[in-house]
Ligand binder design. Sequence first.
Ligand code: NAP
Length: 310
Amino acid sequence: MAQVLYPKLAVIGGGLIGSSLIRAARAAGVVGEVAVADASERARERIVALGLADFTTADVAEAVKDADLVVFAVPVLAMGEAARAAAAALKLGATLTDVGSVKASVAEALVTAAPAGVFVVPGHPIAGTEQSGPDAGFAELFLNRWVILTPLKREDEPYLDAVQRLADFWKALGSNVERMDAAHHDLVLAVTSHLPHLIAYNIVGTAADLEEVTQAEVMKFSAGGFRDFTRIAASDPTMWRDIFVANKDAVLEILGRFTEDLQALSRAIRWGESDKLFELFSRTREIRRGVIDAGQESPEPNFGRDHRAP
Ligand code: NAP
């Protein structure tokens, strides 16, 4: 029998990630009581119907009362408001974490809202799908996926113990845990996740706006490449709007580099520099092999669900 790491878990936002976390934590036996606060009435109804929580409410303060672990699983720009709503009701010694896809601004929002005597340990599971809501969640979502924790620059023992306990929690859910500086996390994710989503949103938008090619043709002749982009571009609009607003600096920096490289590619195509094209396509094939070797792509695409984005 697994050890209960947190007698009471409170999750703020019981959507895809929040509900998956509850399912996984219960399956692993590492939490006792579970309370959920969600702003959406529909989500609350589904959370009750699915039997995900012992207590479901719209009131954040009510949910976090007596909780040992509070997980904020709302869109990135809603984190501050949710943390402020929780602040006065938090238990002394509780650990506050989140699952937001951007770390520096969310960490600042949590720290600003948190009262003294609670431990803020921001986090981000690199696991997800393009679905939203409690029904889309599943217990295996975090299995063999990375969770990045971005602890504060604190060296006191109670804080380090809280960080370790949270790392143990994620490991019990099947994840690998890495610690990272929040700003570095935002740069890494701008490359590996945020820019790819921006490209997908843009290419699908471009195809939709083309006048010479009809939308019916775009859908009918959707080849593998475009089809994959449409899956990514179907991701939740609120969540992605928030990510680009909250990670503006890192995304713009990487976008600048990307645009320069794209210009070089455009030149190579214009001037028939086939060696340059071949060299790049060979190099990128190696990177794909590296991703597979790193275990971040399985031969079976996980029942059709993508466990990596964003
Ligand atoms: P989701 O399925 O849309 O669930 C979020 C839920 O939180 C919704 O029911 C939403 O209600 C509710 N909510 C919004 N603001 C709230 C507030 N202030 N107080 C209480 N509830 C609130 O979202 P998700 O995909 O689980 O994403 C949650 C977080 O995880 C985001 O920060 C995202 O960046 C991060 N993340 C997502 C993925 C992914 O693949 N989806 C992967 C890793 C990390 P309304 O619908 O009424 O707003």
